[in-house]
Design a protein around this ligand. Structure first.
Ligand code: GRF
Length: 189
């Protein structure tokens, strides 16, 4: 099975997933797609010997290049790990139920455009929530609305800052995402 990882940021989830499958001869992280030439994930990919392909917005949305690339690479699963752009319609249609994403909150709450990265944890704290967590879901053309695959939660204490929540959520991401990716692959026909 061949996985394409999409990441725009630090890439800690991408690295955890690559490490998880490092000794698995049946699963390969074939490439990492990014939209940010300064993303930390590029350095991690270099160390992990995984090719990186950078896209600008025009190429990503106004050409079929990304879909053609992933089809030609015989990709079985697209794993979004902190990728900040919506999926192009053509890609979602070509890879039905083969794109998954992780959101750092308990969807359907605290989801949608603009609710990413630190903003989510600030909103959770501001709302006085007593728990937060992660949601792993299938991806369609709209932000954070696909079928939910897995959720895990963590407590939010009254004394917690957004940084405290971000740290607890990231631990959940790193603990669960690689295994959920493996589970989704195992279920594929
Ligand atoms: C994580 O918070 C993830 O939930 C969200 O983007 C962030 C990615 O972090 N989708 P990293 O780049 O994997 O460290």
């Amino acid at each position: 099975k061949r996985i394409a990882l999409f990441a725009s940021g630090s890439g800690s989830n991408a690295e955890k997933i690559a490490e998880y499958f490092a000794n698995n001869t049946d699963v390969e992280i074939s490439l990492i797609v990014s939209n940010n030439p300064k993303a930390g994930v590029i350095d991690r990919a270099r160390r992990l010997h995984i090719p990186v392909l950078l896209f600008d917005r025009t190429t990503f949305y106004d050409t079929n290049r990304i879909t053609e690339l992933l089809v030609s690479q015989h990709i079985d699963l697209i794993v979004l790990a902190g990728f900040m752009w919506l999926m192009p319609t053509g890609l979602v249609q070509t890879f039905p139920n083969k794109i998954i994403n992780i959101h750092p909150a308990l969807l359907p709450k605290f989801g949608g455009k603009g609710m990413y990265g630190h903003f989510v944890h600030e909103a959770v704290v501001a709302a006085g929530e007593t728990e937060s967590g992660i949601t792993i879901h299938y991806v369609n053309e709209r932000y954070d609305e696909g079928q939910i695959i897995f959720q895990a939660n963590c407590p939010v204490l009254p004394t917690d800052t957004p940084e405290d929540v971000a740290h607890k959520v990231q631990l959940l991401e790193h603990l669960h995402y690689p295994r959920v990716v493996a589970d989704v692959l195992a279920k594929q026909p």
